[in-house]
Design a protein around this ligand. Structure first.
Ligand SMILES: Nc1nc2c(c(=O)[nH]1)N[C@H]1C(S)=C(S)[C@@H](COP(=O)(O)OP(=O)(O)OC[C@H]3O[C@@H](n4cnc5c(=O)[nH]c(N)nc54)[C@H](O)[C@@H]3O)O[C@H]1N2
Ligand SMILES: Nc1nc2c(c(=O)[nH]1)N[C@H]1C(S)=C(S)[C@@H](COP(=O)(O)OP(=O)(O)OC[C@H]3O[C@@H](n4cnc5c(=O)[nH]c(N)nc54)[C@H](O)[C@@H]3O)O[C@H]1N2
Ligand code: SF4
Ligand SMILES: [Mo]
Length: 728
């Protein structure tokens, strides 16, 4: 890959000229419309190449998808899509898509099925589900569901009687962060994050690799903040794209963030640089907190982090200089080293010292639209507690732990789990330790996978259900808390090419076959959407035409009257956590040195590339044109020592003997010597993914170990180590 840094940060500008029907002053009406001259029909919708769900306008000519651009009035895209969003149109014509329902005819994992009708497939699923219910109870069916499209499947499963519904976005992604922030503020960092990046005068990124991590609004705001001269501080073992924009780059040793955070706080407290008024007003347990971090000096942190005491002091002072407009970004993917909830809590506390929670340039108070749900019968009362967290072993887990469901499936404890429904998550890539996932699957009587592609997890399914893609269907409304409240609509832009069906249709039909039709008291999704919108006083017809409804922005900063409410036991910001103390954990975060790897091994780190989403875009020809395989970053000196140069193919072997596919070396000064780095999502093993198969290697293959967060069950995965083997 030879993209310049500028190019990395670039987001394609919406061709505003091409959207002549749209008035950017928000008065004239229509985002939709047909241009007589060009024959282009414009239809507003929103993107799904990642979970950010940017508002978009798709153009169709003669029934063919032409292009997709940002919706100028959508608060998330602000008229621009990221490269993945623009390239998303290729998914519609992808020749490797799933086309019809399939029932497996051979051994699990052999990828051999017969094509069946929807009726046959759903009858099969419903019969198996009824059998599991009769034998074990409804809780013995579990689900892994990721993203907005999963809403109706959750509904069907709740009606059926199970609450064992997990998503990798908790224990494998942002769960530790949300728990760390909630313990501190009584509320989490949000998804859409409540980060006021645009107004931050000092932005601290601890690993968060904005620019490679391409969540659209955040990257646009980041570019604006850089443009306005904000002071950027980046701590990362790898010189990331964000680091190239930074005033201070701290090449930290992996796994030592808590030491750096404690030392920063030690300096800020020691030099009385914190927001005293804010802490007097909103803080709880500050004295105890101060006593706890007394010994965490920059000199103490230096050998742990590799960051010199003077740099720690200088950056601490830099943060204090701009407070409260100093934002220590909470990050998103936080399941790293097993101490992650406490690491996130330390980030939350550093923000509290800056007085940035609730303040301009910090973490604002978001607002969202309220719409009543479509009325339905109440769900059957929960029978058994969820299977993922027996005896409340992880006391601060506030969502179902995906890996906990997997453990229960393997062990049959606390009770047997015999069916899995998997919607839009490729568990072979998203859960650590594939062997365990396969062991769990072997215990199942039923594995149903709803996907758009013959993904690796679909390869293990008994029944594969092909979904129409995001440009071919309605979904439920997109309503999230953000700077301004909004509602956006996903609507079909083109027809599905084959026998694919939308999630709402599949979930509804399945409910009917399970005798749960009463939970779907509507005939089709348009009726459902119309009723929901009417409930809030909005019109479905207007939304179809406009794509987005934006509400009035309420005050989002404390200084403007946003409510300063902290839903913690003390009703304040908890510098000292009695909840944690009572549960036997550190009430103020403490640092533990990460366990080193075996001699001669490198710690395996991974992240994102701006033109790919996880493991879901490697069949997309447009995006593969931008990046067709991943590379393993190796420190240049180490590479030379090993006789490797950029472009050489190698394989990585981990501490447990797992060997990766072929991957090219990128020898670079831009990474610390004790670690290597790769972009997640490549190295597909499903032969049905003809275009993606055999390109690059997968970090997931090498993640055989994980360290579980004792507070909430998150799986820290940056605890694997590899050696590098040449192809010969
Ligand atoms: N090793 C490793 N593990 C990770 C991560 C990592 O970087 N490395 N990242 C972690 C993080 S942050 C997260 S959030 C999770 C993400 O994990 P996943 O949610 O599993 O993300 P993807 O790998 O994109 O898998 C999405 C699956 O959904 C399918 N899909 C795409 N669009 C649709 C659709 O419209 N309908 C249906 N039904 N299916 C669709 C794709 O074909 C693919 O099979 O993984 C976590 N796990
Ligand atoms: N283009 C694109 N953008 C995406 C996604 C995508 O698939 N594609 N996925 C989205 C999702 S769901 C998520 S959760 C986010 C994930 O993106 P982020 O929230 O930014 O999190 P990570 O991917 O874990 O961060 C990886 C970075 O952390 C660094 N790092 C590793 N170990 C350490 C350490 O010990 N200390 C410090 N300080 N840094 C360390 C790595 O070198 C790398 O630069 O991205 C989102 N944005
Ligand atoms: S950030 Fe990019 S991929 Fe994600 S929804 Fe927005 S445009 Fe689509
Ligand atoms: Mo994530």
């Amino acid at each position: 890959m030879n993209l310049s840094r500028r190019r990395f940060l670039q987001i394609s500008a919406g061709t505003v000229a091409g959207l002549s029907a749209v008035d950017l002053t928000h008065r004239v009406v229509s985002a939709a419309g047909k241009d007589a001259q060009s024959g282009l029909k414009r239809i507003p919708t929103f993107c799904n190449v990642c979970f950010w769900q940017c508002g978009a306008i798709a153009s169709v000519r003669d029934g063919k998808l032409w292009k997709i651009e940002g919706h100028p009035r959508d608060p998330l895209s602000r008229g621009r899509l990221c490269p993945r969003g623009s390239g998303g149109i290729d998914a519609h014509t992808d020749p490797d898509r799933l086309r019809t329902p399939l029932i497996r005819v051979s051994e699990r994992g052999e990828e051999k099925w017969k094509a069946v009708t929807w009726d046959e497939a759903l009858n099969f699923v419903a019969e198996k589900m009824q059998k599991i219910k009769a034998e074990y109870g409804p809780e013995s069916v579990a689900a892994f569901i990721h993203g907005l499209g999963g809403k109706f499947f959750k509904h069907t499963l709740r009606a059926y009687g199970t609450e064992n519904i997990a998503a990798p976005s908790f224990a494998q992604c942002r769960g530790p962060r949300d728990v760390g922030f909630t313990l501190t503020y009584g509320d989490d960092a949000g998804s859409l994050e409540r980060t006021d990046i645009e107004n931050a005068q000092c932005l601290v990124l601890i690993g968060t690799h904005l620019g490679e991590n391409m969540h659209n609004s955040q990257v646009q705001e980041f570019a604006n903040a850089v443009g306005k001269g904000a002071s950027i501080i980046v701590a990362d073992p790898r010189f990331s794209v964000a680091a190239s924009k930074a005033r201070f780059y701290l090449p930290i040793k992996p796994g030592t963030d808590i030491a750096l955070l404690l030392a920063w706080m030690n300096v800020i407290v020691g030099e009385k640089l914190y927001d005293k008024e804010y802490i007097d007003k909103y803080g709880f347990g500050f004295e105890q907190f101060v006593a706890e971090i007394q010994s965490c000096t920059p000199e103490w942190a230096y050998p742990e982090t590799g960051i010199e005491p003077e740099t720690i002091r200088a950056t601490a002072r830099e943060m204090a200089r701009y407070r409260p407009a100093t934002l220590i970004h909470p990050g998103r993917h936080a399941s790293w080293y097993g101490d992650d909830a406490q690491r996130s809590r330390a980030i939350a506390l550093l923000n509290a010292l800056m007085g940035s929670w609730g303040r301009k340039g910090g973490l604002y108070v978001p607002a969202s639209m309220e719409l009543p749900e479509y009325p339905h019968p109440s769900y059957p009362p929960a029978g058994k507690a969820t299977a993922d967290n027996p005896n409340n072993r992880y006391p601060f887990a506030d969502e179902v732990i995906s890996t906990g469901i997997r453990d229960a499936t393997i062990s049959g404890k606390p009770y047997p789990v015999k069916g899995w429904l998997v919607y839009s998550t490729n568990l072979m890539y998203s859960l650590p330790n594939r062997e365990e996932t396969i062991r769990a699957i072997q215990q199942l009587d039923l594995l149903v996978v709803v996907d758009v592609l013959p993904s690796e997890i679909a390869g293990w399914a008994d029944v594969v259900l092909p979904e129409s893609n995001y440009l071919e269907r309605y979904d439920d409304l997109h309503i999230e808390a953000f700077r301004e409240p909004f509602i956006t609509l996903r609507q079909p832009v083109v027809e599905p090419p084959d026998d694919q069906k939308p999630n709402w249709w599949i979930a509804k039909k399945l409910a009917e076959k399970l005798g749960l039709g009463a939970y779907y008291p509507w005939n089709d999704i348009e009726q459902y959407l119309d009723a929901r919108l009417k409930g809030g006083g909005y019109s479905f017809e207007d939304l179809k035409r406009e794509g987005v409804i934006v509400g009035k922005r309420p005050p989002i900063y404390f200084e403007d009257g946003a409510p300063a409410v902290f839903n913690t036991p003390s009703k304040k910001i908890e510098f000292y956590s009695t909840q944690l103390k009572q549960a036997g954990f550190d009430p103020v975060p403490r640092y533990t040195r990460p366990e080193p790897g075996p001699a001669g091994f490198y710690r395996l780190l991974f992240g994102r590339a701006p033109m790919h989403s996880f493991s879901r875009t490697q069949t997309n020809h447009l995006l593969m044109d931008l990046m067709s395989e991943n590379a393993v970053w190796v420190n240049a000196t180490e590479a030379a020592r090993l006789g490797l140069k950029s472009g050489d193919y190698v394989r990585l072997r981990n501490q447990d003997g797992a060997v990766s596919d072929r991957i090219r070396v990128k020898a670079t000064e831009r990474i610390r010597p004790e670690c290597v780095y790769m972009v997640h999502g490549f190295g597909h093993t499903s032969r049905e993914l003809r275009f993606a198969f055999g390109k690059g290697a997968s970090d997931s293959q090498l993640i055989t170990r994980y360290k579980t967060d004792p507070l909430m069950g998150g799986t820290g995965v940056n605890v694997n180590f590899v050696t590098i083997e040449t192809e010969a």
